[in-house]
Each structure stands twice: as C-alpha cells, then as structure tokens.
Design a protein around this ligand. Structure first.
Ligand code: AMP
Ligand code: MG
Length: 350
C-alpha cells in the first residue's frame, strides 16, 4: 500500500487535505494524525472492520481496546449509556485536552473497538487539526498511538512513517506534538473514579474538581505483581527501545557516579552505551552517547522529549542505556510509568 503524506501548516490549514483524509476514514481506511499528546492512528470507531485494520497495522493484541476520539461534547450521548456527574465536571474543565474517560458503552460501539469490553474510552483532543478531521469524518475516530505495538509512541510524523509506512492510507504531518506522552485515563464508572493510566492531567488536578480519586495500584507496580491492570493495554511491555534500558534510582550525586561506572564497564567490554541525562547533569557524564531528556526543573520538557530520545538511541544503535530516575508528585508519575515499562522494570536502587 502506498502511504500518502501531507504536511499541514497549522496556521493555515489545508481544507482539501483534511477532506481527503476524512473521506478515507469514512470509507473504512486508516489515517495517522497529530493530537496534543502523541500521533494517533485513526479509523471509524463505529465500523468494526475499520477498527480491525488498526490492530493489524500496529500488530496490537486484540484485547487492547481503542480510545474513541470526539470533537463535540454532544457526540458523547450517542455512544455512552450514562454520563456521571463527575464526568460532566471533568469534561467541563479538561476537555478538549489530554484526559480519557471510561464509560459504559451503547450498542452502537462495536466490541471490535472496545477489545470485547462493555465499556468505552472517550477523549476530546485539544488539537485543531484533529478536531477538524474528526468532525469531517463523522464524529467518532478510534485512535491508538500510531506506532508498531511495543515501540515508543510517535511524537513526530517521521516516527509514524518509520513504523507504519506501507501499512496505512495516509499520514497528516502537523509537526511535533506538544505534550509527548499519552492521555491520562480515568474510569468514571466507579466511585471514587480510578486513574488507570497517569498522564499530563494529575490526580491532584482532578481531585480539585471532583474530590477523591483513586489510582490503579498496578500503575507503578512491578510487572511480577499478580494484579491485572484495569486498562488492558497497561499489562504489555511498552515503549521499548531496542537497547537494554536500566533506570538508576537514588540520590543525584550517587546516581551520576553509578551511571559513569556502569557506562565505563560496558564500554570497556565493547558495548555501545547510551545515557539519559538531564539539562542539569549532562556535563557530568564522560562515556558513551549522552542525551538530555529535558530540564528536571520543568517536567513538561521531559515528557515532550521522552519518546523521541528513546527512538534516537535506536538510531544510534546502542546496546545498553542507563537513565536517571524521575519521581515527583506531578508529571513524574506519568514519566516514570512510561520509563519503567520501557525498561521492563529494570531498576538499580542505590
Ligand atoms: P493507546 O491509545 O495506544 O494509548 O492505548 C489505549 C489505552 O486505553 C490502553 O492502555 C487501553 O487498555 C486503554 N483502554 C481503552 N479502552 C478501555 C476500556 N474500555 N477500559 C479500560 N481501559 C481502556
Ligand atoms: Mg499506544
């Protein structure tokens, strides 16, 4: 299959290209497009056959449900049975934006879109191109991250092309995304609502709007835990770079010493070493390919760069990667959740 690529200027959107993409979606095809979180791989969410093509192109396990993207609040009633008060309040504050909510689904949403579940995940993205495309294409676009399953999520159109060129109909290139990690997921069918995946919208931000919010305990847990995460996709090893990633956790000075030691040891054995540093520490490492993931003092820079940095190490063909650890109350949880998965939970505590 020939994959069309269209560059879209965000300040002067090419209506024709969006209409062409919408037409492909209406006819059951696949189009990758940017959102504010990561690039999504879209298909008509109400067409089971179209959704099935997403699983095929990504190599995604069939029990891993898709998020349905909408462009208007009024679109919600057609696909969900009840909109609880908590959800209404959250939507008012955080939609459009990086928050996905889980609802009981109506019949019209095929089980092929929800991985066989009777619930459906819904989000309204904050991205003009995505919103225009969703509206033009009929209002309901299922869109998981536009990467091959298990690879780091795409934050630029070139990442999508690397994984999916030849397997999908079209890529709309709207430049680099702003946030860089996937949406927060909250299940609003329970009381209190439960966070199933951490993201830009934190527990504290939501508690300020609706009161108590719980967290699925498996989020930062070890993969050996017997508990199954409530979001089926969270059980899979994800976001993995090709190099073997280990996270070093502890007091900053000791972490730097330990990473330098490990890097020298592996480099002496002829392994190609990568190091994930921060702007604050990048000059402290002297062996291997050292890349800063952002400013520790501004976590949004870290989420913005995370997947790009993991893919960069793939391009550099490193064998092993050592990373500093990030543990703050705010976005640190979302960052560590992705990094721990990328590392297959390999952590050295010092
Ligand atoms: P992605 O769009 O690639 O970020 O993946 C979607 C994520 O949402 C996966 O982790 C899914 O398991 C989760 N998800 C989607 N629908 C549901 C649902 N109905 N219940 C729980 N988790 C869901
Ligand atoms: Mg994904």
């Amino acid at each position: 299959m020939n994959t069309k690529q269209k560059k879209i200027q965000m300040n002067q959107m090419d209506k024709k290209a969006i209409q062409e993409a919408a037409q492909i979606l209406r006819q059951g095809g696949l189009v990758a497009f940017p959102t504010e979180t990561v690039y999504g791989l879209g298909a008509n969410a109400l067409d089971e056959f179209a959704s099935s093509k997403i699983y095929e192109a990504k190599g995604r396990p069939s029990d891993n449900p898709l998020i349905v993207h909408i462009a208007e609040l009024e679109a919600l009633d057609k696909i969900v049975k009840v909109v609880p008060d908590n959800a209404k309040k959250l939507a008012e504050i955080f939609w459009p934006g990086p928050l996905t909510m889980i609802f009981e689904k109506k019949e019209i949403v095929p089980l092929g879109t929800t991985g066989g579940l009777n619930t459906v995940a819904v989000r309204m993205p904050k991205h003009a191109l995505a919103l225009n495309l969703i509206k033009e294409a009929g209002g309901y676009i299922a869109a998981p991250s536009a990467n091959t399953s298990g690879r780091p999520s795409p934050t630029k159109a070139s990442h999508v092309a690397m994984d999916l060129a030849g397997k999908i109909d079209m890529i709309l290139d709207g430049g680099a995304v702003s946030i860089g990690i996937e949406s927060t997921i909250i299940d609003v069918t329970t009381n209190p609502p439960m966070i199933l995946r951490p993201g830009f919208v934190t527990k504290a931000m939501m508690e300020a709007v609706i009161g108590e919010v719980s967290i699925d305990p498996t989020i930062l847990g070890d993969k050996e835990l017997n508990d199954r995460p409530k979001a089926p996709g969270m059980k899979y090893k994800h976001y993995a770079p090709k190099g073997d990633l280990t996270i070093i956790e502890g007091e900053e000075e000791q972490v730097i010493v330990k990473i330098n030691c490990l890097a020298k040891e592996m480099s002496d054995k002829q392994y190609k070493v990568g190091i994930i540093a921060t702007d604050e520490t990048i000059n402290r490492y002297d062996v291997g390919q050292v890349i800063s993931i952002g400013k520790r003092s501004d976590e949004q820079t870290i989420s913005h760069n995370l997947y790009r940095v993991l893919r960069e190490f793939d391009e550099k063909n490193v064998d092993v990667i050592y990373s500093e650890s990030f543990q703050s109350e705010k976005m640190g949880m979302a960052i560590m959740n992705r990094l721990l998965k990328a590392a297959g939970h390999k952590v050295i505590h010092i």
